[in-house]
Design a binder for this molecule. Structure first.
Ligand SMILES: CC(C)(COP(=O)(O)OP(=O)(O)OC[C@H]1O[C@@H](n2cnc3c(N)ncnc32)[C@H](O)[C@@H]1OP(=O)(O)O)[C@@H](O)C(=O)NCCC(=O)NCCS
Length: 181
């Protein structure tokens, strides 16, 4: 059995500047990274709060199963070689249609350095290369100023606000969409 080690990523040194990121497909070995992210109150503050060990295991299994069905999750690797977070793109139902929603989480030492912008831009690149998905949606909490700023900077168009359910917890979110060209 793999043990959850939520704090192992925090011991790594802080980096001063992030110039680029690399995306590596998510695997079973990335459970500790998911645990470090999902158990951290600072990371989960705008996502309904930290998740239990059971919830983390479910999220990990859900990601692996989703990848087998066409969803995409990637480990975000900083230019120092350190794991910085996770970015994903998954199919979901919205207003009676299937859409593709993206989400991104960074460990605290990697926040505030413009890394979300680079991680999402890298997701756009790999998604364009794959050629299956032409439109990406994001639903950050309306109170998540950094996420909404990143969506605006990347060229997403705001479509409106909605009360959504995030893993069983209510969250007021802003809906953004971008067409990959
Ligand atoms: C939210 C998150 C994705 C943002 O990524 P980041 O790379 O740390 O973003 P940054 O702090 O570099 O900020 C990005 C932009 O938002 C702006 N911003 C940050 N906080 C802000 C605030 N409170 N008000 C207004 N703008 C803000 C920054 O100034 C920056 O814009 P700039 O490049 O013009 O200066 C990241 O911090 C994270 O993973 N948080 C935890 C998980 C999460 O909430 N994920 C989002 C789910 S939708």
């Amino acid at each position: 059995m793999t043990h959850l080690t939520p704090h192992c990523y925090r011991a790594k040194p802080h980096i001063a500047t992030v110039r680029r990121v690399r995306l590596v497909p998510y695997t079973n070995a990335d459970l500790p990274l998911t645990a470090a992210l999902e158990s951290d109150p600072a990371v989960m503050g705008q996502l309904g709060g930290p998740v239990s060990a059971e919830g983390i295991a479910e999220t990990h299994a859900h990601r692996l199963a989703g990848m087998a069905g066409g969803d995409r999750y990637y480990r975000i690797v900083a230019d120092t070689g350190e794991d910085a977070g996770i970015v994903g793109l998954w199919a979901t139902q919205w207003a009676g249609s299937t859409i593709h929603e993206a989400g991104l989480m960074l460990l605290p030492p990697f926040q505030g350095k413009g890394m979300a912008y680079r991680g999402m831009a890298a997701l756009f690149d790999v998604t364009r290369d794959e050629g299956r998905v032409s439109e990406i949606h994001v639903f950050p909490a309306v109170t998540n100023a950094a996420s909404n700023a990143v969506a605006r900077q990347l060229g997403f168009t705001p479509l409106g606000e909605h009360d959504l359910d995030y893993s069983g917890r209510p969250l007021r979110c802003r809906h953004w969409v971008i067409r990959l060209t």
